[in-house]
Design a protein around this ligand. Structure first.
Ligand code: PPS
Length: 296
């Protein structure tokens, strides 16, 4: 019984400036906002389900010059502290980052307006990966089904409404992507797309190598491409979340490494949902120059 109550409490969302976040994150908000970034920090930024784990593995392999053994020492969730993570009694993301030697690679799902100010003050490097809204919604739906510490998504029809209204953890996709896109020339931001990574992974990896100030030869690049394929990462226990207990991620409901494709939304959206989504998308994204590919 106690377990159910505890998990029930963990599933709750609270809000910061209108953005729903996990209650434990909101309870730790002052520590998060006071986080002290350093000028040589690199922050991986994503809306949930946009390729965070994928870019983490790529960045880690680049940092270690393609040395698989060096990358495969700890599970992916523990390699790059998650700034807003708070789940007492575990050390928080802020505590883990603060204990880490520089140069640090960190990660967040926060929208620009909620990022701890020291990241802007220190002109840190930001690596943003965006994924088209429809595939993001599908991936998030299945993730909320299997994630036992996030709210239950309900039916697909119900989730469709929840996602559009932005009442999902980390808030609306639309504002998140627009927010990071609009400031991409004002800060040191490398803006990547999940769909481009699917189309030509080597090309996108080269951009990251350059952004990280590294220089890797062709054989190393080819090895990183191979090691970060969906198939390899799905098999790899350090990246597929198989070490996370079922009471947190129940992969019998839906695997964490689910499909990794572009266009799976077509298997979920009805014709009328699609028309309605396109209309809302036009309204919410009006005035931005960002373009997404919805199919390969
Ligand atoms: S999370 O929970 O927010 O950190 O999730 P995130 O890692 O951002 O996104 C998970 C989705 O990314 C897919 N993924 C990949 N696709 C292609 N290639 C590789 N290597 C890869 N690694 C992860 C993963 O399968 C999730 O997408 P869906 O569509 O659900 O399969």
């Amino acid at each position: 019984m106690a377990m159910t109550t505890e998990l029930g409490e963990q599933k709750q969302l609270k809000e910061v400036a209108g953005i729903p976040l996990q209650a434990t994150t909101v309870d730790n908000w002052s520590q998060i906002q006071k986080f002290e970034a350093k000028p040589d920090d690199l922050l991986i930024c994503t809306y949930p389900k946009s390729g965070t784990t994928w870019i983490q593995e790529i960045v880690d392999m680049i940092e270690h010059n393609g040395d698989v053994e060096k990358c495969q020492q700890v599970i992916i969730q523990h390699r790059h502290p998650f700034i807003e993570w708070a789940r007492p009694p575990q050390p928080s993301g802020v505590e883990k980052a603060s204990a880490m030697p520089s140069p640090r690679i960190l990660r967040t799902h926060l929208p620009t307006q909620l990022l701890p100010p020291s990241f802007w003050e220190n002109n840190c490097k930001f690596l943003y990966v965006a994924r088209n809204a429809k595939d993001c919604m599908v991936s998030y739906y299945h993730f909320q089904r299997m994630n036992q510490i996030l709210p239950d998504p309900g039916t697909w029809e119900e989730y469709f409404e929840t996602f559009i209204s932005g009442k999902v953890p980390w808030g609306p996709w639309f504002d998140h992507v627009k927010g990071w896109w609009e400031i991409r020339d004002r800060y040191e931001i490398l803006f990547l797309f999940f769909e481009d990574m699917k189309r030509n992974l080597k090309h996108e990896i080269q951009k990251v190598v350059h952004f990280m100030g590294k220089n890797l030869d062709e054989t190393v690049l080819d090895k990183i491409v191979q090691e970060t394929s969906f198939e390899k990462m799905k098999e790899n226990p350090l990246t597929n979340r198989s070490t996370v207990p079922k009471s947190i991620l129940d992969q019998s409901i839906s695997p964490f490494m689910r499909k990794g494709t572009v266009g799976d939304w077509k298997n979920h959206f009805t014709v009328s949902q699609n028309e309605r989504f396109d209309q809302i998308y036009r309204e919410k994204m009006e005035g931005t120059s960002i373009k997404f590919c919805m199919d390969l």
